[in-house]
Design a protein around this ligand. Sequence first.
Ligand code: R5P
Length: 298
Amino acid sequence: MISRFNTGCLLIGFPEYREQAQRLASAAGIAYADALIHHFPDGESRIRLPGSPPEQVVLCRTLDHPNSKLLELILAAATARELGAKRITLVAPYLCYMRQDTAFNPGESVSQRIIGRLLARHFDTLITVDPHLHRTSDLSEAVPVRRALATSAAPAMAAWLATQAQHPLLLGPDEESAQWVSAIAAPDGLEFGVARKQRLGDREVRIELPAMTFADRQIVLVDDIASTGHTLAETARQLSAHGPTSISILVTHALFVDDALARLRAAGVDVICSTDSVLHPSNQIHLDAILAAELRGD
Ligand code: R5P
């Protein structure tokens, strides 16, 4: 994609995700600059970009804890446009608000659609990783930018797993995870299963394990998002009763809010690994290579 433009390209990163943004710029072979953010005493943000950006600007910011990040991102994109940028790409390895894709109760906002349209007003291209698309099949329906590119961390996760475990049994905690667990199992033909989940509330789920033998197996639980950790903890808790050799977790987006890690440890989880789409101590898989390939249009 970058090579289609000969007038130069600049990748701009934000303070909390600077290292990843710099790695991405270097992997994609494009120049890097910081967005400078000042927070006024009353909580408002001031954004400062390089004075004369080239025609193509890439803003890289991941959108966990999204509310203030989103607003600053919109300020940055609008400023880049005013300064002369013609094409603006957003690289958001974790894309927020994708799970609220319908009004579950009368009067609820369908946040996926509203945030999607907001982003589409300011960005020409969106690149993200394993967005949580459930009732919406195509990323461009959720975020109607000119080019909406969803790449997957599954190949990188499969490659990492191959260096860690021999013949593990992969398990997804719910029907939606089937796409990721099957993709990670595919390269080495690993055995996998998918549990069923009923969500009773933000912090309450019911899990029904598939009819498989878990005793004496290295189990790897795979999901796209770990938020409160209840989904994976309840799955691990039930698995523990079957006498597996070990229970590990492999997730793309490591939100792990509040006491999620403690809950998972208490449920019998041994190892937790994630990609760096969201910064977390469990990050072991870097996404810069696959994001750079999307940026270059490989
Ligand atoms: C939802 O379907 C996602 O794939 C995850 O399973 C979910 O977001 C996990 O949430 P929590 O960790 O709060 O149970």
